[in-house]
Ligand binder design. Sequence first.
Ligand SMILES: N[C@@H]1[C@@H](O)[C@H](O)[C@@H](COP(=O)(O)O)O[C@@H]1O
Length: 242
Amino acid sequence: MNIHVFQNQQELNEAGAGIITSLVQMQPKAVLGLATGGTPVGIYEELVKTFNKGRVSFKQVTSFNLDEYVGLPIDHAESYHAYMNHHLFSHIDLPASSAHIPNGNAGDLEAECQRYNDLLEEAGQIDLQILGLGHNGHIGFNEPDDALTSGTHIVELKAETREANARFFDSIDEVPTHALTMGVGTILKAKTILLIVRGADKAEIVHRALTGPITTEVPATLLQTHPHLVVLLDAEAGRLFK
Ligand SMILES: N[C@@H]1[C@@H](O)[C@H](O)[C@@H](COP(=O)(O)O)O[C@@H]1O
């Protein structure tokens, strides 16, 4: 495990974007696992700047997003489809047909999970999986539970997750109750995992995730078992790491 603590957000953003850029420069056909939420926004901004300077092309890249809400229209500003278009896809040359996000509006959600798993299988291993961290230790939308699911599946969101994400909606009632998420098995199969955590409110959970006992009750603790885990923390989130 490789933990880096940054004194300012800009340095963290540049480091995150730099890791993605180097991979795609070396491996133009890289498979990227992408995350949403507040955490990666600054990294995507830096990536767009790098793209605009002509230093990297995503023409041959394939991407898979971790998750999507169930039942939120894709043109709703808070759908992860809209998020990805807004923050990244509309600014770079990644072909739309190569950018995959689970469809939370599919008529048959089980079939949609299977379709997503099949696509992941076809693509082979994810080269770099970007991850944020939920306050309860969730990764993607893999919520704390007695057992975790390996592949893409439907999940009922915990009250604390809906509360945390209510800041993006007009009210908590608008936050969907369910989501589709890539499973922990798929995440852990990635060649390299880039975990990014910011803010004082996540200092304890990220410390527990990376140093505490491995338990499905804190899904991120499973990341400790990954051979290539890179962690980028801001100073607030990294407070408990000496
Ligand atoms: N499903 C997303 C996760 O992929 C994200 O990493 C996490 C943290 O979100 P944020 O970065 O907004 O704190 O929770 C969300 O619910």
